[in-house]
Design a protein around this ligand. Structure first.
Ligand code: PLP
Length: 392
């Protein structure tokens, strides 16, 4: 399996060596971070070191970081009508989420279905700011207090959303803004203060940390969660009960520190490889459609389709050639589902059904890209023969 080429970093990034080492070291440490003895204090120190490292990843304060079991839980924690600024004791009664959010946001957290609305995106794949302004004006007229959730970078297209502009509109309407930054972290610089996001989600396994750990970060001390998603022993200052996943958190911190240290150089290198991938794809099939090129994107993601070639077939053919990539939307059942992102952008369904996502990372090499392009050329030559059988 050593000669395989892994280009599915948006699904899960390979574990960074620094994260592996931190996980192993933490596994050896005995002690519960809540205990007062030496061993407990040592475990606490591991958790708090990681908290500071994760805070740095998003330009936030360590005391504003709450560790969770991943991006999904952080999103579920954020999407609560009970969220409070200071001690206002008035629930949020409307949730607005962009139509291209991850399923964990579109499911709406603890909001009831009738109180959740989708926000349209433009054909270029960014949230429609005029539409958002109109929707917020409507919430004002109705006296509603909205919570809005818009992601920083989309997991399928890599398109970066205009978060600062969204935040300004949301705050003018007395709303709060949650930003899912799972796919942006480690790929572009993030500053929660500059973005003016009230809450921000990150996940360890997308930046080279272990799976099963993430964080929800508050911008402001004033934001409270009076009804924790998981109540119990009062860990994480009462925001998330349960003995901390010390080794996972340690790995998350180490991955965050490595991502921050390498951000500028890795970003430039990934952009160069991404451009090479896109030039190669366009060279192999002149009719290839690369999505999102009109907008700013994270430097590691390429989403493309060739008319007449289905994603399922392409993924299997590439896998046989030793290449791991994904379809537009990966599905937990292993089946390729229609992409809600491309549908929201108004992409024609038969073209969307062919969307293949190639996502790279800091350790992707030039020869990985060349290997992919060589394999893709072979696949197109084979699969292209049956193209006439599929409506283009
Ligand atoms: N948000 C986005 C944009 C994602 O891409 C993902 C995972 O694919 C998640 C949230 C969920 O993160 P986790 O796998 O850590 O639960």
């Amino acid at each position: 399996m050593n000669d395989r080429i892994y280009l599915d970093w948006n699904a899960t990034a390979p574990l960074r060596p620094q994260a592996r080492e931190a996980v192993l070291t933490a596994l050896e440490a005995i002690g519960n971070p809540s205990s007062v003895h030496h061993e407990g204090r040592r475990a606490r120190q591991i958790v708090e070191t990681a908290r500071a490292q994760v805070a740095l990843l998003v330009g936030g304060h360590a005391r504003h970081v709450t560790f969770t079991s991943g991006g999904t839980e952080a999103n579920a924690m954020a999407l609560s009508p009970a969220i409070e600024v200071a001690a206002e004791r008035r629930p949020r009664d409307r949730l607005l989420v962009s139509a291209i959010e991850h399923a964990s946001v579109r499911s709406g957290g603890r909001f009831d279905a009738p109180t959740i609305d989708a926000l349209a995106v433009t054909p270029e794949g960014v949230v429609d700011l005029e539409g958002l302004a109109e929707r917020l004006a409507e919430t004002r007229r109705k006296g509603e207090r909205p919570l809005v959730s818009v992601m920083l970078a989309n997991n399928e297209t890599g398109i970066v959303q205009p978060i600062r502009a969204v935040a300004d509109l949301v705050h003018q309407a007395d709303g709060l803004l949650h930003v899912d930054a799972v796919q942006a972290a480690g790929r572009v610089a993030i500053d929660i203060g500059a973005l003016q996001a009230d809450l921000l989600t990150v996940s360890a396994h997308k930046i080279g940390g272990p799976t099963g750990v993430g964080a929800l970060i508050r911008r402001d001390e004033m934001l409270h969660f009076p009804m924790p998603l998981i109540a119990g022993g009062g860990q994480e200052h009462g925001r998330r009960a349960g003995t901390e996943n010390i080794s996972g958190i340690a790995g998350f911190g180490a991955a965050a520190a490595a991502a921050v240290a390498g951000l500028a150089a890795d970003g430039a290198r990934m952009a160069m490889l991404r451009n090479k991938l896109e030039a190669g794809i366009a060279d192999i099939s002149q009719d290839a459609m690369i999505f999102g090129t009109a907008r700013e994107r994270v430097p590691n993601t390429v989403l493309f389709a060739v008319p007449g070639i289905r994603a399922e077939t392409a993924l299997i053919a590439l896998d046989l050639e030793g290449i791991a990539v994904s379809s537009g939307a990966a599905c937990s059942s292993g089946k390729v589902a229609a992409s809600h992102v491309l549908a929201a952008m108004g992409v024609e369904p038969t073209l969307a059904a062919g969307a293949v996502r190639v996502s790279i990372g800091h350790s992707t090499t030039d020869s990985d890209v060349e290997g992919f392009l060589q394999a893709w050329r072979t696949c197109v030559a084979t699969l292209g023969k049956s193209r006439q059988g599929i409506a283009a």
